[in-house]
Design a protein around this ligand. Structure first.
Ligand code: PRP
Ligand code: URA
Length: 211
């Protein structure tokens, strides 16, 4: 079974409280989503493998650690996942970025795929799939299905969100039990419209100012 981790560092909790507030405007919302994503990337990348390399300091030769193994790709689920990319790239600047476009039909709540563009070596990469909201779990499951059907290795996928509903966590775990899930907070529940409560509203609209 994959990990389920709530990254509740005080800085993350403080920043999440800022963006939950309805008066938080687009500029601050965008900046703080990026900051939280950067802080989360520190933990999400904790088990990246290291190898020894020999280097020379100004004083001597020495064997030290460097990142090895699979290179990383960040995969935002459009649109709202885009808001998390730059923060992660600040810590892992060489990562490639693939895009999966998925929106939730307002009536059926079913995820609709409308765009997929991935690095060609997706099968050889460690993948961080990012989306601020894990609500019913439909979008996350469909996005991960889209990656696996195009060659991604399930064991190389981690899902990273800011706010998760228990219902979405259960759906994602049941569809993809081996995938690690990282969230900044596990909220209480979904409401009748499948919005996360207390949540932060519609993350895409708040990021891009479309409402
Ligand atoms: C939001 C959010 C997730 C999805 C979560 O996207 O960013 O992708 O809903 O809901 P689910 O877990 O029930 O699938 P939305 O469909 O609003 O599209 P947007 O990012 O383009 O605003
Ligand atoms: N998508 C969002 O943006 N927010 C929610 O609460 C649920 C789905």
């Amino acid at each position: 079974m994959g990990k389920f981790m709530v990254l509740d560092h005080p800085l993350i909790q403080h920043k999440l409280t800022m963006i939950r507030q309805k008066d938080c405007g687009t500029k601050v919302f965008r900046e703080v989503v990026n900051e939280i994503s950067m802080l989360m990337a520190y933990e999400v990348s904790r088990d990246l493998p290291l190898e020894d390399i020999e280097i020379e300091t100004p004083l001597t030769k020495t064997v030290q650690k460097t990142l090895s193994g699979k290179k990383v790709a960040v995969i935002p689920i459009l649109r709202a996942g885009l808001g998390m990319v730059d923060g992660i790239l600040q810590l892992i600047p060489a990562a490639k970025v693939g895009h999966v476009g998925m929106y939730r039909d307002h009536d059926t709540l079913e995820p609709i795929e409308y765009f997929v563009k991935l690095p060609s070596d997706i099968a050889d990469r460690q993948l961080f799939v990012v989306d601020p909201m894990l609500a019913t779990g439909g979008s996350a499951v469909a996005a991960i299905d889209a990656l696996i059907s195009r060659g991604a290795q399930p064991s190389a996928i981690k899902f990273v969100c800011l706010v998760a509903a228990p219902e979405g966590v259960a759906v994602l775990r049941s569809a993809h039990p081996g995938i690690d899930i990282y969230t900044a907070c596990l909220d209480e529940r979904l409401n009748d419209d499948s919005y996360i409560m207390p949540g932060l509203g519609d993350a895409g609209d708040r990021l891009f100012g479309t409402k």
